[in-house]
Design a protein around this ligand. Structure first.
Ligand code: PAN
Ligand code: ZN
Length: 195
């Protein structure tokens, strides 16, 4: 007699026009008011808060948060700037630090910003087709450097979790700003080592 497996396989539909998943799953909606203090130019942030634009949405397929499973989701990061700083995700370390992740860019363009607690920094360009590997122990944030939504699919171990802690208050070691029409990395004056 065959024993029934406790797990069930399934699929979700990615919509190439809207960038959304169907079913949408657990949706995270981040407006500027959820993260306005993370941008360098606080005067520009205050001004933009009157409209409180949608910065990004995440459509999370719901699977158990255990190592047996693989979390997967799509993020739509909208175009825009706060002062000269591009719209970005909050960014995080994984709660279980040594959990890696894969990002696959589907639409638009941006940069994947990476750093470690030891102070290493890295940046990977994301265009449709780019498959980026976020190695274990690296914090990661995406930035939309284009003028259309930047959409990417992500997959990571089920138990990884998210640690926004130090990044929420100090940010990343460098910021991506637009200077003379070019995206330029600048030192983040608010950053101190998270040690
Ligand atoms: C991604 C991110 C998503 C939103 O799915 O969670 O793009 O970014 P923040 O979580 O930094 O707000 C991921 O890296 N998951 O692990
Ligand atoms: Zn992650």
């Amino acid at each position: 007699m065959t024993k029934l497996n406790q797990y069930k396989s399934f699929s979700t539909m990615y919509n190439f026009d809207t960038g959304e998943l169907d079913p949408k799953g657990r949706v995270i909606t981040r407006k500027l008011s959820h993260m306005s203090e993370m941008y360098l130019n606080q005067e520009a942030a205050e001004e933009l808060l009157k409209e409180d634009p949608l910065v990004y949405e995440v459509f999370n397929v719901e699977v158990p948060e255990t190592i047996a499973h693989i979390q997967h989701c799509v993020t739509i990061l909208y175009p825009g700037k706060v002062g000269d700083e591009y719209f970005m995700t909050k960014g995080h370390y994984h709660e279980i630090l040594d959990r890696a992740e894969i990002y696959f860019c589907l639409k638009g363009k941006g940069q994947l910003i990476l750093q470690t607690k030891e102070g290493d920094f890295d940046m990977i360009e994301m265009i449709p087709g780019s498959v980026a590997y976020v190695a274990p122990e690296w914090a990661h944030r995406t930035v939309n450097t284009g003028d259309e939504p930047f959409v990417f699919f992500a997959a990571y171990p089920g138990d990884a979790g998210h640690d926004y802690g130090g990044i929420e208050t100090e940010g990343f070691v460098k910021l991506l700003m637009e200077e003379n029409g070019q995206s330029t990395l600048v030192d983040n004056p608010r950053y101190q080592s998270v040690e």
